[in-house]
Design a protein around this ligand. Structure first.
Ligand code: DGL
Length: 260
């Protein structure tokens, strides 16, 4: 089985590393780095990027796709649900399950502007965790930090503190990382919120959902191809830095309608 893993850039690697731990499928990671960041794009643009990426995954022989991007999962998947050419698992369901296991009544959600504006998390959390107070915080400066390889240090903490303050003031008992890039900021976020607030990274729950949804081989010897739509060397160098491991060559993908 060949599974595509999709994100705007590095964020989906947080889901990829969980998938790799659990399943033996051949994985094709695609980061749409030419269009980063997704959080500032319109629903129409996001849909266009996702359709072109699906065509790419199909051209590489993928049997299914993991949308390791909350923004596309929130804004595009509900619109395309009935016309997807491949089986798809997105982020929202796994994230809500992960939150339900932890939250005690007041949950903060950090997400991109587009995810926050979609209202999907607010709705899904009300359904999955009835009675829970949900405080949504858009955090547009975080994706550029992760893409620049800045995942620790005083500057990063300063930016994070600004986004976390309204959530902490609101009395949250847990905070959901509603963008896959934020998993790489897990440590500074944990330090800032303190031991009394649980930080929920949905990546393991999403990988579990993939394992449960599709007949994927469970052997742990799967391989991954890495593709991006721009700047493959930059992606590889930063990915290796934030993952702490070496990756194979990252290739430049030609997307439908683009002449490179
Ligand atoms: N990592 C993606 C998400 O989970 C997209 C972030 C972006 O490109 O703005 O939302």
């Amino acid at each position: 089985m060949i599974i595509g893993v999709y994100d705007s850039g590095l964020g989906g690697l947080s889901v990829w590393r969980e998938l790799r731990r659990r399943i033996g499928a051949h994985l094709i990671y695609f980061g749409d780095t030419a269009h980063l960041p997704y959080g500032d794009k319109s629903p129409e643009q996001l849909e266009e990027y996702f359709r072109a990426s699906l065509a790419f995954f199909q051209s590489r022989g993928c049997h299914a796709v993991v949308v390791a991007c909350n923004t596309t999962s929130s804004v595009v998947l509900p619109r395309l649900r009935h016309e997807l050419p491949l089986p798809v698992v997105g982020m929202i369901e796994g994230a809500v399950q992960a939150a339900a296991a932890v939250s005690r009544g007041c949950l903060g959600v950090l997400a991109t502007r587009a995810t926050a504006a979609s209202g999907i998390y607010q709705q899904a959390l009300q359904e999955g965790l009835p009675g829970t107070k949900v405080l949504m915080q858009a955090a547009p400066e975080l994706v550029p930090l992760v893409e620049a390889g800045q995942v620790a240090g005083a500057g990063v903490k300063q930016v994070l503190a600004r986004y976390l303050e309204p959530l902490l003031d609101g009395g949250i008992d847990s905070v959901l990382l509603g963008c896959t890039h934020y998993s790489f900021l897990l440590e500074p976020i944990k330090e800032l919120v303190g031991a009394g607030v649980q930080v929920i990274d949905p990546a393991p729950a999403v990988a579990h959902k993939v394992e449960a949804s599709w007949a994927v081989p469970s052997l742990q010897d799967g391989t991954t191809e890495f593709w991006v739509s721009a700047q493959p060397q930059k992606f590889k160098a930063t990915a290796e830095r934030i993952l702490g491991e070496l990756l194979p060559t990252v290739k430049l993908a030609k997307l439908r309608g683009e002449d490179r």
